[in-house]
Design a protein around this ligand. Structure first.
Ligand SMILES: [Zn+2]
Ligand SMILES: [Zn+2]
Length: 361
């Protein structure tokens, strides 16, 4: 029997930005049931007669809020969500976000039909289309923020596949404008600010620098012998001049990837068209890699950006907007739900290596 201690990794990693989201990296088999499911069934049809999000069925959804490139020949279309979690029409007194917030259910919930093609996956969309999609998010966020000063946060997210909570098969994402800041964003803000005050350094940029660190060799001071080699950019998945996709050192999900700007920018709304075009290319390549490695990836992605309101202005230097991509390849266990500690059975270093080695054109 082989000695498991030799090649198994077992350590608790603290996420420096959100310490409550720490992870137990344990490559021991059996600790976490993998969902050995076949890639979920997607139709390969570009149009499905009964689908409310398909072209020609526009009357089956609430009216168009905005569309791209135009209303008749749309490729991207925003409509109100038929089943909103928040709405300015109905006030729910007991809606809670986390434990601390009991709020009036004021806000808006909209659906972005990402593409007119029913079955297309993000990695199959053209860079130009992804560029238009992320511009659509940005421009809609801007409008929602300026529509009401009570809106503190506009969350953009996508659920892809039933395991990720997508209830409609047609590719879509969602925008929720809310009067409170989501708990995890609040925690990111708080910790990055504390780090900035202590070290006068943006923790996100610091993490990116660490991910980029290329081969460092540690020599023994006495003998001059090589003691340890730190791998080159071992957490980097993709990089352009303006953006980087990294595998976080303390990842909650085995194949989680995050995308950061390589320049200082807390607010996604300030991202220029030119930068978004670059971002779209990097996102496409990152999704191609994920899809090759985990085949038929079901995932959630969401944008984190600085909230609006005067009280958040002090975070501008210490925060960075980013996109978190969380593929769903396993089911949370009782241990995870009970302890709040996520378990990752693939070491982030191995996952990053595998993703980086995928050949894409
Ligand atoms: Zn459809
Ligand atoms: Zn985040």
């Amino acid at each position: 029997m082989e000695d498991p201690a030799n090649n198994e990794l077992r350590e608790i990693r603290i996420n420096p930005i959100v310490p409550t989201e720490s992870v137990l990296v344990s490559t021991a088999r059996g600790l976490r049931p993998r969902k050995d499911e076949k890639p979920f069934e997607t139709s390969s049809e570009s149009r499905v007669e009964k689908c409310p999000f398909c072209k020609g069925n526009e009357d089956k959804t609430p009216p168009t809020i905005s569309s791209w490139p135009n209303e008749d020949e749309w490729s991207i279309r925003i409509v109100e969500n038929l089943f909103p979690v928040l709405s300015d029409r109905q006030i729910s007194k007991n809606l809670s976000f986390g434990l601390q917030h009991v709020i009036d259910g004021y806000g808006r919930h909209e659906v972005v039909i990402d593409h007119d093609n029913h079955s297309i996956h993000v990695d199959q969309m053209s860079q130009d289309h992804l560029y238009a999609l992320f511009k659509t998010y940005r421009d809609r966020m801007q409008i929602l923020y300026s529509s009401d000063s009570r809106i503190k946060y506009v969350l953009v997210f996508k659920n892809f596949g039933p395991a990720a909570g997508a209830s409609i098969a047609h590719t879509h994402s969602q925008i929720v404008a809310m009067p409170v800041v989501p708990e995890n964003v609040a925690t990111e803000l708080q910790h990055s600010f504390a780090h900035y005050e202590k070290y006068n350094q943006n923790i996100f940029s610091h993490l990116v620098d660490e991910a980029l660190t290329f081969e460092a060799t540690i020599y023994d001071r006495e003998s001059g012998e090589v003691r340890r080699k730190i791998d080159v950019g071992q957490y980097v998945i993709e990089k352009t001049k303006r953006f980087i996709a990294i595998k976080p050192f303390a990842s909650r999900f085995e194949w989680e990837v995050q995308i950061y700007p390589l320049f200082s920018q807390a607010d996604y709304l300030e991202c220029s068209d030119e930068d978004l075009e670059d971002f779209a290319g990097l996102l496409k390549r990152t999704m191609l890699r994920l899809n090759k490695v985990i085949g038929g990836a079901q995932y959630n992605y969401f944008l984190h950006s600085i909230p609006h309101g005067d009280e958040f202005k002090k975070h501008a230097a210490s925060y960075q907007w980013h996109l978190e991509i969380c593929p769903r390849t396993s089911i949370p266990t009782g241990f995870e739900l009970g302890s709040g500690l996520f378990v990752s059975t693939v070491s982030p270093e191995d996952a990053a290596k595998e993703l980086r080695e995928v050949k894409i054109d």
